[in-house]
Design a protein around this ligand. Structure first.
Ligand code: NAP
Length: 250
């Protein structure tokens, strides 16, 4: 069945749809009948995926105000926003912190989420039943060694999202925060600047989640009746108990 055969007439925007969780989510929401708008910087990838799922690809750099404005201006209607664009750079103790890495993480995860969410609030409210899903992380809930740049950005992104839940009470907008543990995507490749050996080592000796596991949860969340707000979901692999404790660390 093609995406248009089961259309539910609703529009879902997925940021960071060029790989990992965002790509899996775009695919899944299209199967659920959403008209999906895919945003990311790697337009070749989102265009290919949009063609496959009957969605629309649109260049988006969440760190660039003009790009976000253009992205939003091209949208007539938005029912669901999945704030997924983000990631980590580096894994260094605070004593050796790389300020550019920190800036990248804060600009992308925090200010990027703020820009796109703030810009889409009117359209989400106009839909009469808006839903904002923000993919933060277990790093939004816990600190771990060498991770302060990422954990502090994810904590801030989580607090931004949770504050909106308070501020938007009484409006027709629901908010769900999804906090995944380890998911095997391009996340570690980006964190380690393209070093495949380092990235692969993260997932060796345990079974991580896959992007579809998170897309499943997003699909479930987006298909609840309007009265239901799933506030927060924490999901980890069976092999990982906390950010610092997993089957390898014992
Ligand atoms: P991924 O495969 O590296 O995907 C990251 C996505 O973010 C890409 O599509 C990338 O697209 C996009 N992105 C990065 N910077 C962007 C920017 N400036 N503007 C627009 N899009 C941008 O990693 P992932 O694991 O799927 O990550 C998705 C989200 O899940 C992130 O917020 C991440 O922090 C979170 N998360 C991941 C894990 C994990 O273990 N993998 C765990 C918890 C939370 P372009 O590069 O094409 O722009």
């Amino acid at each position: 069945m093609s995406a248009s055969d089961n259309s539910n007439g609703r529009v879902a925007v997925v940021t960071g749809a060029s790989s990992g969780i965002g790509a899996a989510t775009a695919r899944r929401l299209a199967q659920d009948g959403f008209q999906v708008v895919l945003g990311a910087r790697r337009v070749d990838r989102i265009s290919e995926l949009a063609d496959e799922i009957g969605g629309r690809a649109s260049y988006l750099d969440v760190t660039d105000a003009a790009s976000v404005e253009r992205f939003i201006a091209a949208l007539d209607r938005v029912d669901v926003l999945v704030n997924n664009a983000g990631g980590a750079k580096g894994l260094a103790p605070v004593a050796d912190a790389d300020l550019d890495d920190w800036r990248w993480m804060w600009e992308t995860n925090v200010i990027g989420t703020l820009r796109i969410t703030k810009g889409l609030l009117p359209k989400l409210a106009d839909s009469g039943d808006g839903l904002i899903i923000t993919v933060t992380s277990t790093a939004a809930l816990e600190a771990y060694d060498n991770g302060a740049g990422y954990t502090s950005a994810k904590h801030a992104q989580g607090v931004l999202h949770r504050t909106l839940r308070l501020e938007l009470i009484g409006t027709p907008i629901r908010l769900t925060e999804i906090c995944p543990g380890m998911v095997e995507t391009e996340f570690s490749l980006v964190r380690f600047d393209g070093d495949t050996a380092k990235a692969d080592a993260v997932y060796e000796g345990l079974e991580p989640l896959v992007a579809d596991d998170i897309a499943d949860i997003i699909s479930f969340t987006a298909s609840r009746p309007s009265r239901v707000d799933i506030d927060q979901i924490v999901v980890r692999p069976r092999d990982q108990a906390t950010s610092r404790r997993n089957i390898k660390t014992g």
